[in-house]
Design a protein around this ligand. Structure first.
Ligand code: SF4
Length: 263
């Protein structure tokens, strides 16, 4: 079968993004994730099944099946922006490693058209799936949420060993640029010690020189109501800029990574 006919399930496409890789980017959001992070701002991404979510009182269908050919045609419409800014395509979700064939073929279609590629992924999948993507991937924005397995399990539904192992294997493979991103979540990982633990781990990965600290926000809260789900972060206040600055300094205190607040 022609790889352009590979099918996948997406739920959104966002244009003109400047926080998800270099330059101006088009983000394709894939359905499905194996984690259930309490703070997830895209809870409609977690189930692979097509769902209905209430948005401003109206039912909205979340998820549609597309071919790589259809998606790359959409992405190509933004080519003038990539050319001027050094941008390109970013796959997000959900977790693109839950649909590895579609992710690989969409990245391949982009690369064959000279479009820069990036994924936002937390690497919770067999490493073979990551290897499938590497030939077509310019930048891996990899979430590392915590170094403590028990806490990771409690707040995301899964332990972190596989993700940490995949981070190391991806770095050792040396086939894509790897940036570590940390969602900074009060009550979960926002202490100096916890962030320094993640920074030390990131700094130990060969070739990694950047870490991004992404402050928790509540933008996804209404979606939980729209899906009939409880928002488990009720009452949790986003970290202040002062605290984010403290964490950035704490990172610099333990390693030489270039630390940036935000994507
Ligand atoms: S890994 Fe990302 S998409 Fe999956 S549940 Fe966590 S925050 Fe949501």
């Amino acid at each position: 079968m022609d790889y352009l006919e590979t099918k996948g399930r997406v739920f959104d496409i966002q244009r003109y993004s400047i926080h998800d890789g270099p330059g101006i980017r088009t983000i394709v959001f894939l359905k499905g994730c194996v984690l259930h992070c309490r703070w997830c701002c895209n809870p409609e991404s977690q189930e692979y099944a097509i769902q209905t979510m209430k948005v401003q009182g109206e039912d909205k269908v979340i998820g549609r099946d597309v071919t790589v050919r259809e998606m790359i045609e959409e992405v190509e419409k933004d080519r003038p922006y990539y050319y001027r800014s050094g941008g390109g395509l970013t796959l997000s979700g959900g977790e693109c490693l839950c649909q590895p064939e579609f992710a690989r073929d969409l990245l391949r279609a982009a690369k064959e058209r000279g479009i820069n590629t990036s994924i936002e992924s937390m690497a919770c999948a067999p490493f073979e799936r990551i290897e499938m993507l590497l030939p077509y991937l310019d930048l891996y924005l990899m979430d590392i949420k915590h170094t403590n397995p028990a806490k990771h399990q409690e707040f995301t539904g899964r332990s972190n060993e596989l993700m940490l192992e995949n981070a190391r294997k991806t770095a050792l493979a040396g086939r894509t640029k790897l940036v570590i991103r940390v969602p900074v979540i009060p009550t979960f990982n926002d202490t100096v010690e916890e962030i320094q633990g993640i920074a030390r781990f990131a700094a130990s990965l060969p070739g990694v020189d950047k870490i991004h600290l992404l402050p928790y926000h509540r933008l996804g809260q209404d979606k939980y109501e729209g899906l009939g789900r409880e928002y488990m972060m009720e009452g949790i206040i986003p970290p202040s800029m002062e605290h984010m600055d403290t964490l950035k300094k704490a990172v610099h205190g333990v390693c030489s990574l270039d630390c940036q607040i935000g994507g």
